[in-house]
Design a protein around this ligand. Structure first.
Ligand code: FAD
Length: 478
């Protein structure tokens, strides 16, 4: 009989193209999966019910996949620092394997677990970079420092050969009945529902959970939309992006599989426009990786501004303005449509994420950390690195060298929602209004009153001047 190896799933809820899992399989034919519902994460105040619902749905499918492969996925609930070594010891496991993660919490937790497992004489193999195509140590500048600017990062990153998808878990042994009893005594439980955990989400999910749905979504996107991505990706009223972000956040699809699909699409491309579109989508995947590398190399990003000018910025603390922004009641149609899309569906189009983040920080002058947290409370794809990267970029507090980028809600609407389709979809009280009013935002008080739409909470022109002034003052202080 083979030695038991436990594979601990975290942000890799799949058996296909999973580096750590494939490595575990090379070490033993008896591989059992484990997932730990961690109160240090689930009891934070920035967890979105929609995200937990997606995660639990993906775990349900993962359990079925383990059974099909001949084994089991065990569910624990508790602090993994105790729960994982305790289970491994109870089952007399020879080793515990997992994939490494860039987030600061994850690394502190993992180091504690490695120490405990070592004390117990249980091996662990953890340094697999599974969720990114290149490790942060591999992509360094000429002077061997991490990149802080995207373009040179992309040049280096895209020039490197990428690994192919790895083998799917199959034909493994699971726990015997006696071992299953031991597992239960060691804390293994049935998979709860999101509701059991206190998270309520009754609307449909924007992407169905699980590997099969993510693979189908990738196939659907690469069959057509990827070829028009360059043209369509900025229009929130058009279904022009992949909507794979939740699957990528939870590792429900492997990044090597995704990359391989883009290479096949490039091979089949018959026009320059198509090739450009596919390359543009590849660049978005590289943005994801850029932010993960940044979080790994500069973990202090998680705690606030990267740039000195913004470390003590005199942000406003106007709770009423913040609440209006959260609820989509700012009186700026495109901002309100976007916030309502996120509140109602758990997802927001990238163009709109940039617009509302600019509005919160440059028009309302509110600390980007407030917005970052609110996004985490609402997004199905809420992810520390990508969300923090997006907020730091929008607030100009991050690595990006263009500090005074300010989005004008009216010109953004005119360019990217010219027929106001998106605005009408998410702000029903504005449906009957002329497009011209909606995209310019020039709605008279009388018309606002007639449809019951709020008046603008601030004046964009005045606020951007105020922001610039404060920025110059802060810069002078140094
Ligand atoms: P596509 O356009 O199809 O892109 C493919 C994949 O590339 C995405 O699924 C995502 O994994 C990655 N990607 C694309 N754009 C970016 C980007 N700018 N930064 C990092 N990765 C990117 N993305 C998240 O996954 N989680 C977040 O919490 C998150 N918060 C954001 C907050 C702000 C303020 C901003 C401006 C952006 C944020 N993004 C976040 C990035 C981006 O908006 C989403 O990844 C994208 O909208 C998801 O839709 P999609 O899957 O259809 O993307």
């Amino acid at each position: 009989m083979s030695d038991l190896v436990l594979f601990w799933h975290r942000r890799d809820l799949r058996i296909t193209d999973n580096i750590g899992l494939a490595t575990a399989r090379q070490h033993s034919s008896k591989v059992v999966g484990v997932f730990c519902l961690d109160p240090n994460i689930l009891e934070r105040d920035d967890v979105a019910p929609v995200r937990v619902t997606y995660m639990i749905g993906s775990l349900q499918e993962l359990q079925q996949r383990y059974v099909q492969a001949g084994s089991q996925l065990l569910i624990l609930r508790g602090d993994p620092v105790q729960a994982i070594p305790h289970l491994a010891e109870a089952l007399n496991a020879k080793a515990v394997f997992w994939n490494w993660d860039v987030e600061p919490y994850s690394q502190t937790r993992d180091r504690a677990i490695i120490a405990t497992l070592k004390d117990k004489g249980i091996q662990c193999l953890t340094h697999n970079w599974d969720q990114i195509l290149h490790s942060p140590d591999e992509i360094r500048s000429g002077s061997n420092t991490p990149y802080t600017v995207y373009t040179p990062f992309w040049k280096n990153w895209s020039s490197k050969p990428k690994a192919k998808p790895v083998e799917t878990l199959h034909n493994v042994e699971g726990l015997t009945e006696a071992e299953q009893e031991l597992a239960q005594k060691a804390g293994v439980k049935a998979l709860p529902t999101a509701k059991d955990l206190g998270f309520f989400w009754d609307a449909d999910l924007i992407i169905a959970p699980g590997e099969a749905a993510a693979q189908a979504k990738l196939a659907e996107f690469t069959a057509k939309a990827i070829t028009e991505y360059q043209e369509q990706r900025n229009f929130p009223g058009v279904n022009g992006t992949s909507q794979l972000s939740a699957a990528l956040k939870f590792g429900v699809i492997g990044i090597r599989t995704v990359w391989q699909t883009t290479l096949e699409a490039l091979e089949n491309s018959r026009s320059e426009e198509t090739t450009t579109s596919i390359r543009t989508w590849q660049q978005e995947l590289a943005w994801r990786e850029f932010y993960q590398h940044a979080m790994y190399n500069f973990p202090e990003l998680a705690d606030g501004a990267y740039r000195a000018t913004f470390k003590n910025f005199p942000w406003e603390t106007n709770e009423e303005h913040f609440q209006a922004w959260c609820e989509g009641k700012t009186g700026y149609p495109i901002v309100d449509a976007a916030m309502r899309q996120m509140n109602e569906s758990g997802w927001m189009h990238n163009r709109c994420r940039m617009i509302v983040a600019s509005f919160l920080t440059k028009d309302l002058l509110i600390n980007p950390q407030w917005g970052e947290k609110y996004f985490m409370q609402k997004l199905i794809d809420g992810d520390l690195s990508a969300n923090n990267g997006g907020w730091q970029w929008s607030a100009s507090s991050g690595m990006d060298p263009k500090p005074l980028r300010i989005f004008n809600p009216a010109s953004q609407s005119q360019k990217f929602d010219p027929d106001a389709e998106y605005i009408r979809q998410w702000v029903p009280e504005l449906r009957s209004m002329d497009t011209e009013y909606l995209v310019t935002g020039k709605i008279t008080p009388l018309e606002r009153h007639a449809v019951g739409y709020v008046k603008p909470i601030v004046d964009h022109q005045k606020q951007q001047q105020l922001f610039k002034q404060r920025y110059q003052q802060q810069k002078a202080i140094g």
